[in-house]
Write a protein that binds this ligand. Structure first.
Ligand code: SIN
Length: 452
């Protein structure tokens, strides 16, 4: 391949959901970043997330309680250190999104505080939503706007073909554009943020781009993968052509699940019934569907009422009605559908994979926070927390080595002014140059404020 089809950057980010956009924004303060994405910048699973982002923001809540719920849902297979990081750093990650302009829903009460909702296996309401059921869209839009405003280099319609590995180190990737043109990006570090692979399954809540490209490329490059056997099925996708997610938050508002005779059966499986962990609910529904020769069960949201359904869940309400169901009056058919891959490219707490030069964050990464079953609304949170950590660790000189490989190689050059905070190493890499147009990592950027 000729040099004309080769570009160089400090950090190559593959994928443009919450993890990729967060990483690109944070890295762009001190490094050259190229973000590539398979279709359009705003496309990917993030923008379809309905249920929100969980975090112990309420003074009556605590990171410890959130961690307990996360560990409980994970069926004893979570990495406790990763869960602690997720729950302790989650509120800061959420405040960064608020600072970027994400307007999470408020109570409308006198103090107008954030509305905290309940979802399955949470011991208290701690889920933030935006636009009722359009949380992912609000987050994606805010991050995309910030990436555009920051002038970060973006290549759309560029699919990952393979990672480039030289002498055991990932040095970038080969991409293919929509017209079949191939190009190589050489990078000091490559961060995979390519999401999951719901399209492997006949029923999925995931968009068409969720085809597991990043995890497959990492496997071909020799990266360690873990927990691939744990694929989460969301209990309630509309059982109609073009299957559509009906958020767990609908059950949080009081909807119940019935068999085709109209009988509630979930209380027999778990005292938390409709709000038991997702795997418990999905398995119970699958058993009943087996007994019904595959016919779907019914989600009964009639107790919530048409007005509240439209106000609280405008996106779902429109989709369910477009499919021909008046769900304020009659129960609608639902089925479990492939939703989220808990497994992926194994990383440590700073996004480092087993391959030097390769970082991963978001759904394609296996950080260990989800164990065998992800707690509702922990996915956006995980992506926001660990993408930021991956970039910060790399910038401070401890990222992008191999997991467990001892002192890490540095992914890109960062010049830090003399006398800046200890721990921010002056990295040498191949070309350490000061960038007067960019703030140092210690300095907050106006478009991406420091944590409160
Ligand atoms: C949902 O809204 O039920 C999905 C939220 C999630 O996947 O955590």
């Amino acid at each position: 391949m000729g040099a004309r089809n080769e570009v160089h950057t400090d950090l190559l980010v593959v994928g443009s959901g919450i993890a990729g956009l967060t990483a690109a924004l944070r890295a762009s303060r001190t490094a050259d970043v190229l973000l590539v994405t398979k279709t359009e910048l705003a496309e990917g699973s993030t923008r379809y997330a309905q249920g929100g982002i969980a975090g112990a923001l309420d003074p009556a809540d605590s990171a410890a309680a959130h961690a307990r719920d996360t560990l409980g849902a994970g069926a004893g297979l979570c990495d406790e250190a990763a869960v602690r990081v997720l729950c302790e750093e989650g509120p800061t990650a959420i405040r960064r999104l608020i600072d970027l302009g994400v307007a999470f829903d408020r109570t409308g009460g006198p103090d107008s505080s954030y509305a905290m909702c309940l979802e399955g296996a949470h011991s208290r309401p701690r889920i933030l939503h935006a636009g009722g059921d359009a949380t992912g869209r609000a987050i994606e839009n805010a991050l995309v706007a910030a990436v555009r405003e920051r002038g970060i280099a973006v290549r759309e319609q560029s699919a990952l073909v393979d990672l480039r590995v030289e002498d055991g180190r990932v040095v970038g990737a080969e991409l293919m554009t929509a017209d079949g043109t191939r190009c190589v990006v050489r990078a000091r570090a490559t961060l995979l943020a390519t999401g999951g692979a719901g399209q492997l399954f006949s029923h999925t809540t995931n968009p068409a781009v969720s085809t597991g490209d990043g995890i497959a490329a990492a496997a071909r490059a020799g990266a360690a993968l873990e927990d691939l056997e744990f694929y989460q099925f969301h209990p309630t996708a509309l059982a109609a052509p073009g299957s559509f997610l009906i958020s767990e938050a609908v059950r949080g508002e009081g909807a119940v699940v019935r068999d085709e005779q109209g009988r509630r059966f979930l209380p027999e499986h778990d005292p938390r019934a409709e709000l038991a962990p997702r795997d418990v609910v999905a398995r119970a529904i699958a058993r009943v569907m087996d007994a019904q020769e595959g016919r779907p069960v019914l989600l009964d949201a009639t107790g919530i009422g048409s007005i509240r359904l439209r106000e609280r869940f405008p996106t779902i309400d429109a989709a369910v009605r477009a499919a021909g169901f008046d769900w304020g009056r009659v129960p609608v058919p639902v089925t479990p559908a492939a939703h989220y891959w808990m497994g992926g490219v194994r990383t440590d707490l700073d996004g480092r994979t087993s391959l030097p030069g390769l970082l991963a964050a978001g759904e394609c990464a296996r950080t260990g926070v989800h164990g065998a079953n992800r707690l509702a609304s922990n996915s956006l949170l995980e992506a926001a927390v660990f993408a930021a950590r991956a970039v910060e660790a790399a910038l401070s000189g401890c990222g992008a080595g191999a997991v467990g490989a001892g002192p890490a190689e540095v992914p890109w050059a960062v010049s830090v002014p003399a006398g800046s905070a200890p721990g921010l190493s002056v990295l040498t890499g191949t070309a350490a140059t000061a960038r007067p147009d960019r703030p140092s990592p210690a300095e907050p950027s106006p478009a991406e404020p420091s944590p409160a």
